[in-house]
Ligand binder design. Structure first.
Ligand code: NAP
Length: 266
């Protein structure tokens, strides 16, 4: 049996095992996916390779540490974080499927990114993946964040066209001229807050939220009510997993099955 796993802390409530295990079962693969919370992540990766574990996902708090423990590919190096390891390579290789996850979430919803004007709210890890994904796909982006200096750093890294804080008038004007809005902050997670003024949302927008719990955040609820197209955070989560699954197995992932298994947990 091929064993895959997730390194992180905490991992008890991870949605990845049911998603990947449903994919393995659908394709009739003799494989399983389990979770690990190692005290020593370097020893864990060595041990996993010795034991013949085929692949690992990596989540908080190890995504950045692991960069120095594997051979990162271009995307992982650029984004400064590894979320997928291929242990069948010697030495193991590190990848970041979050960029692919964002792009495939838009593709799945038939949203073309090339030439679009996007406003991204946030400047943390999720925002970094979103910003790189949008720019790589040919969109122009504006970045707004509570801490302006964090937005400025990310904006310089990806070549954003505008950057600023979260004051209502600036953000409202930017959204008014945008085609795409992405919330890449944690605002809206387990709360009824919106990261931007609800009145800024208009019907011509495509609105993505990286928050997946709740599935319909206040932002997405407002967007739906305004007639905008919405993409919830579970789509990014699904497609980063799909991308890892395909890298490990070399097969097209059963997306519908993995999506159903993921959403059954939310
Ligand atoms: P992070 O690196 O800690 O960044 C957090 C971001 O949220 C920063 O931009 C921070 O602004 C902003 N923020 C936090 N509290 C805020 C508040 N009260 N008001 C305004 N801005 C606030 O976290 P992360 O890893 O990017 O994760 C962010 C969210 O994305 C989480 O909810 C996480 O679950 C979700 N996520 C989803 C996926 C997916 O696949 N769907 C993947 C990764 C993460 P400052 O810079 O001012 O602190």
């Amino acid at each position: 049996m091929d064993v895959y796993g997730l390194l992180g802390d905490p991992v008890e409530h991870s949605l990845s095992p049911p998603m990947h295990n449903a994919g393995f079962a659908e394709l009739g693969l003799d494989a399983t996916y389990v979770t690990f919370s190692p005290t020593d992540v370097a020893a864990a990766i060595d041990g996993a390779q010795t034991l013949g574990i085929a692949g690992l996902n990596v989540t908080i708090p190890f995504k950045e540490t692991v960069l120095d423990l594997v051979v990162p590919d271009d995307q992982a190096s650029r984004i400064g974080a590894v979320n997928t390891i291929d242990l069948t390579q010697e030495p193991p290789t590190g990848h970041n499927t979050d960029i692919d996850g964002v792009q495939r979430a838009f593709e799945h919803h038939e949203v073309s990114l090339a030439g679009q004007r996007a406003v991204v709210i946030g400047a943390g890890g999720a925002a970094r993946a979103v910003a790189h994904a949008l720019v790589d796909a040919g969109a122009t982006i504006e970045l707004y964040n509570r801490t302006v200096s964090n937005a400025e750093s990310l904006a310089a890294e990806v070549g954003a066209h505008a950057v600023g804080g979260l004051d209502d008038s600036t953000v409202t004007a930017a959204i008014g001229a945008a085609d795409i809005l992405v919330n890449a902050t944690s605002v809206g997670m387990d709360s009824a807050e919106s990261p931007v003024p609800p009145a800024a949302i208009h019907s011509e927008l495509v609105v993505m939220d990286v928050v997946y719990q709740p599935r319909e955040t206040r932002l997405l609820q407002t967007a739906r009510q305004q007639g905008a197209q919405t993409i919830d955070g579970a789509w990014m989560l699904l497609f980063q997993g799909v991308s890892a699954f395909e890298r490990w197995t070399g097969q097209a992932a059963p997306v519908d099955t993995m999506n159903a298994a993921l959403r059954a947990q939310l």
